[in-house]
Ligand binder design. Structure first.
Ligand SMILES: *Cc1c(COP(=O)(O)O)cnc(C)c1O
Length: 374
């Protein structure tokens, strides 16, 4: 049996350090924010190459705070992609604004900059590209469009801790960036957690205040806010785990290289990596024609898989009232039919990768998926 991920294996290698850090929080009883969170914020900001990090209760709450800090509110529009986790669009609506989708590009699966300007209206306030699966969106053309139209850029970096784009760290490229520490991300807490990072002190202050009820002194509320604070225990766990993130990323990348070699010539299209970028392989996604047949074969061989994501947001029943239709975003719709996430975690062995690839090699008669968008 090859699991899709194995969080217990990661804990086992760090048990002593994590247990000690957790114990320290318990002994100090600083269960909400506190020194463990403050220390992690400093370390994470440095890791992201930003001046500030604001620890939050989740990636979604970080996105919500980032949007509010950027001045997004009712009546505004925020341009994002339909091929992402639903939280990206949900956060825009939490801020009172409307998500406006543009399709992703067929090669790297991230926001297609060529489609953004046509989606800009007088109500557009921000662009929110998603660094999908651990790979940066094409940020330079997006920054250029944002500059010309005076829009804020908020990176949804919830899957891209440590990813690089043309020598810059994801998180340091836009005005603000948001990360999730949901256990399944490549830096995961022992529960929910997130962070917003920025080098703009005004944005950092605004996010910090709203994270904790807009309090400037105890029970004095300068602005309306939320309970979006990070737990002390999560800060402690993340502080220990962050020290190992680079090693884990390199392990993921080396497993991805084995997958790439072993899947060559089979029916699976391996994930593309941008030139001048570092993909961190948070999710390892191949494209296949006949996904159900491949999934059945893999399941039969004891291999767990997932699909990120089977339905683009614009076709989700919950978002029908946004007014989009099938056919509006053909690249996203084609990807949703073909993507298949294979086991990927730092402790995955090369032999396990080869076992997964063997399933593809034994059935290579199945067709390759057609090129998308051509
Ligand atoms: C996980 C994720 C989120 C939300 O993060 P949570 O911590 O689960 O709230 C947002 N956007 C993307 C792209 C994600 O993968």
């Amino acid at each position: 049996m090859i699991p899709y991920s194995n969080l217990k294996a990661q804990y086992d290698t760090l048990a002593q350090d994590i247990d000690a850090a957790v114990r320290q929080v318990i002994e100090s009883s600083q269960f909400v924010l506190g020194p463990a969170v403050a220390a992690f914020e400093q370390d994470f900001a440095r890791y992201c190459d930003t001046a500030h990090a604001v620890g939050t209760s989740s990636g979604t709450s970080a996105l919500h705070l980032a949007l509010l800090a950027c001045g997004v509110g009712p009546g505004d529009e925020v341009i994002t992609v339909p091929f992402t986790f639903v939280a990206t669009a949900a956060a825009i609506e939490y801020a009172g604004a409307r998500p406006v989708f543009v399709d992703v590009d067929p090669v790297y699966y991230t926001m297609d900059p060529a489609r953004v300007e046509a989606a800009i209206t007088p109500r557009t306030k921000a662009i929110m590209p998603v660094h999908l699966y651990g790979q940066a969106a094409d940020m330079d053309p997006l920054l250029d469009i944002a500059r010309r139209h005076r829009l804020k850029v908020i990176e949804d970096a919830c899957q891209a801790h440590g990813a690089d784009y043309r020598g810059r760290r994801c998180g340091s490229i836009g005005d603000v960036a948001c990360f999730s520490f949901y256990p399944g991300k490549n830096l995961g807490a022992f529960g929910e957690g997130g962070a917003a990072v920025t080098s703009d002190p005004g944005l950092a202050d605004a996010m910090r205040a709203r994270r904790s009820w807009g309090e400037h002194a105890r029970y004095e509320h300068a602005m309306r806010g939320f309970n979006y604070r990070m737990d002390g225990l999560q800060g402690a766990v993340l502080g220990v785990k962050l020290r190992h993130l680079e090693r884990w990323i390199e392990a993921r990348r080396s497993r991805a290289a084995v997958y790439r070699r072993c899947l060559d010539g089979t029916g699976a299209v391996v994930p593309p990596e941008r030139p001048d970028a570092r993909h961190v392989d948070t999710v390892y996604v191949v494209r296949v024609a006949q996904r159900d047949a491949w999934t059945a074969r893999l399941t039969e061989a004891g291999i767990e898989t997932r699909v990120h994501y089977p339905t683009p947001i614009h076709l989700q029943p919950a978002y029908r009232d946004l007014g989009y239709h099938a056919g509006d975003f053909p690249v996203a719709e084609a990807l949703a039919r073909e993507v298949l996430s294979l086991p990927m975690f730092p402790e995955l062995t090369e032999a396990q990768v080869e076992t997964v690839a063997d399933v593809f090699r034994s059935a290579r008669a199945m067709a390759r998926p057609p090129a998308i968008g051509s």
